[in-house]
Ligand binder design. Structure first.
Ligand SMILES: [Zn+2]
Length: 284
């Protein structure tokens, strides 16, 4: 575990903690011994932290910059921050009183920190911002924000349990009954298909919502609103049912564009609806 405390107070190992001299802390140190031993072992060989640790050793405990060079002017923070070694551990000097423990890439240490700050009693499966804030307060490594985001995004518990924070959903309104065959057409697209020899990679699907008859037309993902409208027009003319009274579409930009409206509204009365799980129309 990342944290193993002697008392009830959570003191997560700031660099300012007055630790005794042994490089491996005892069991009542704020860090569990196994974790600390792994940090010490991995630090020397770490691509980023290794040179810093060696530079700090050469300067006999003086603060160093990210290249391991001694900082001569203590009042100035060099680009990349100030680093210092305490009890065999490397810290990056924080903005305030707390210094941040540098976590090497190897040994699964970063995953352990992320787990502690997100899954553990400290974290409570908070979102990316809160988890990131906690991680940044305690630990440092390059790219930790990206790692936090990925960890939170893929957390199984969050995916299963996360409550919705939006307002209550409104009631769904059923579609009116079609008055005739071809009177109400649902239009949808099936994208992400392999490209044919003719260059088609998408299907524009038309469903007669009275008879359930389906008419699929190959098209391209680069099709414009005018292209989509032309397919609807041609399909209606070929079917012999005439133009629909109601066109049921989702909020695809193609169907909300002015081009499509100018083209199809001449003979149809488009109805725009957002597909929802409770509306079980054939195009959903
Ligand atoms: Zn989670």
């Amino acid at each position: 575990m990342f944290v193993a405390l002697a008392g009830s107070e959570l003191d997560l190992g700031t660099g300012t903690t007055a630790a005794p001299t042994p490089p491996v802390p005892s069991d009542d140190h704020f860090l569990a011994p196994a974790f600390v031993r792994t940090v010490v072992r991995e630090l020397a060989g770490d691509a980023f932290f290794g040179p810093i640790v060696r530079g700090a050793a050469a300067t006999i405990g003086r603060p160093v910059d990210r290249h391991g060079a001694a900082i001569l002017d203590a009042s100035r923070t060099p680009p990349g921050g100030t680093f210092l070694v305490r009890c065999g551990l490397l810290y990056r000097r924080g903005q305030g009183a707390a210094d941040r423990l540098c976590i090497p890439a190897g040994g699964g240490l970063r995953a352990q920190v992320l787990r502690e700050c997100h899954d553990g009693p400290l974290g409570g499966h908070f979102g990316r911002a809160k988890t990131g804030s906690l991680v940044r307060r305690l630990a440092f490594w390059v790219g930790q924000d990206v790692d936090v985001a990925e960890y939170v995004r893929t957390c199984q518990t969050c995916q299963r349990m996360k409550a919705e924070h939006g307002g209550p959903r409104g009631l769904l309104h059923p579609l009116p009954l079609p008055s005739r065959r071809g009177g109400m057409i649902g239009v949808d697209w099936i994208a992400g298909l392999p490209t044919t020899e003719s260059g088609f990679d998408m299907i524009q699907n038309h469903v007669d919502l009275l008879s359930g008859k389906v008419h699929a037309v190959p098209t391209r993902t680069t099709a414009t609103a005018a292209d989509a409208a032309a397919i609807v027009r041609d399909m209606c003319l070929r079917s012999g049912d005439g133009f629909p009274d109601v066109l049921v579409v989702d909020h695809d930009p193609k169907f909300t564009s002015e081009v499509f409206r100018a083209f199809v509204l001449l003979s149809a009365r488009p109805t725009t609806r957002t597909p929802t799980p409770r509306w079980s129309g054939p195009t959903v």
